[in-house]
Ligand binder design. Structure first.
Ligand code: APR
Ligand code: ZN
Length: 394
């Protein structure tokens, strides 16, 4: 039995995802087939589509997913058919230097699934799973270690957000910035990631939480989720933030846009000795500059943060507990529930900065077709076609 499913396939940089039928490979050793229930549309998907981040193509984007296990490959130990899971786009190998030093979010092998085709187009062209996940499709095939099992009662639209935006945003505040009760936090960019950072700051007991975004609707949402103040960006935004923080500046800035000018504003918003955590993934061509005096003089810290410096295996249960306790609002961040055919429209909204998360909700049966009698062992291993996300520049 071959497995043909509907997918939004991006053929080239700058293109629009096109609905195609793809033929999924059967799960290999240690892999599972997942029927997707919900996939959030993240700014990183847009960056992969417009070439700001690089990926092997054609690709099925979508990496913020929840779904149900429908088939298990040989050697799968922890998962069974019927289990619901949230997917991890950077599963740690637990064996490399970084994993051995407590930094699984920097795992040297986390990207191995990104370069391995998981499906074919009808003409035999290999198709790659975006960030190893391939969530804009009725089904996907992933490594078991890319799945975090969910309790049966968690709604999967909400759960999907945990897989990227919430792990990243809450994690940046909790794990990277280590915000302490009473500290002041400014968050730049109020998409799914920034709104999660705002919630993370509230959960951490931050004092003043300042939200910065050009969109007034985002300001409103941020206030609902815990922001005490909302500002529109502008040339003097750092000065306005510092004024709100006793003239000194914020203890922490969390940058969730991915641009040199917002990273610069975030840095300048902090007090002497303050901390800026950069979550946004910008363009390699977008240069940031500092003068040689200010670094030592202000004694500020600027740090990057991948995947919220989190370990999904331990952080997802903590986030689920916060959700259950009613302190982490996942539903409020979902501003559009869409079909697979509407992924392109969701990209347009992301580019315009309107809405928070759009989530593709899969209707079930009609998204998928099982064609009996095909070649079960179709080899879709794409060999060495590597797609380096960040390129060589450092
Ligand atoms: N100042 C503040 N906010 C801005 C600015 C600016 N100058 N320009 C744009 N924004 C806002 C947009 O209005 C939008 O609300 O930044 C927000 C970005 O949100 P999304 O596009 O929804 O992005 P999100 O998915 O949250 O990801 C944010 O994190 O993981 C990375 O690649 C991802 O770089 C992206 C970032
Ligand atoms: Zn993402």
């Amino acid at each position: 039995m071959t497995n043909r499913v509907r997918a939004a396939v991006l053929h080239e940089v700058g293109g629009v995802p096109e609905i195609r039928e793809i033929e999924l490979a059967p799960p290999a050793v240690g892999q599972v087939r997942i029927r997707l229930e919900a996939t959030g549309v993240c700014h990183s998907d847009l960056s992969l589509a417009n070439g700001r981040l690089k990926h092997a193509m054609p690709v099925v984007l979508g990496h913020e997913c929840a779904g149900r296990v429908v088939e298990t490959g040989v050697g799968v130990r922890e998962l069974s058919v019927g289990d619901t899971v949230v997917l991890n786009w950077a599963p740690a190998c637990r064996a490399c230097w970084f994993c051995g030093h407590g930094e699984p979010y920097l795992c040297s092998n986390a990207e191995r699934g990104w370069h391995r085709a998981h499906a074919r187009l009808p003409d035999g062209t290999p198709v790659y799973p975006g960030l190893g996940v391939g969530g804009f499709a009725a089904e996907t095939v992933v490594d078991e270690i890319a799945c975090i099992k969910l309790p049966a009662d968690i709604p999967l639209v909400e759960a999907a957000l945990l897989g990227c935006a919430v792990l990243t945003g809450v994690g940046a505040v909790r794990n990277a910035a280590e915000v302490r009760p009473g500290e002041s936090v400014v968050v730049f960019g109020l998409g799914g990631v920034g709104l999660s950072a705002v919630q993370g700051a509230r959960i951490a007991g931050a004092g003043r939480i300042i939200a910065v975004d050009p969109s007034p609707e985002k300001a409103e949402l941020a206030r609902r989720l815990g922001a005490t103040d909302a500002l529109e960006p502008g040339p003097d935004v750092a000065k306005r933030v510092r004024a709100l923080c006793d003239g000194r500046g914020a203890d922490h800035a969390i940058e969730c846009v991915g641009r040199a000018d917002t990273i610069r504003s975030a840095w300048s918003s902090t007090r002497r000795g303050g901390h800026t955590t950069v979550v946004g993934l910008g363009a390699a061509s977008d240069q940031l500059s500092f003068n040689a005096l200010e670094i030592a003089h202000f004694a500020r810290t600027l740090r990057g943060c991948m995947y919220g410096s989190s370990d999904p295996a331990t952080d997802i249960p903590l986030l689920l507990a916060a959700y259950r306790a009613g302190v982490l609002d996942l539903r409020a961040m979902v501003t559009s529930e869409i079909t697979l055919d509407e992924v392109g429209d969701a990209f347009t909204r992301l580019a315009a900065g309107t809405g928070a998360r759009s989530v593709v909700c899969f209707a079930g049966g009609d998204q998928r077709s099982n064609v009996a009698g095909g070649d079960q062992r179709s080899n879709v291993d794409g060999g060495d076609q590597r797609g380096e996300v960040a390129g060589e520049a450092s």
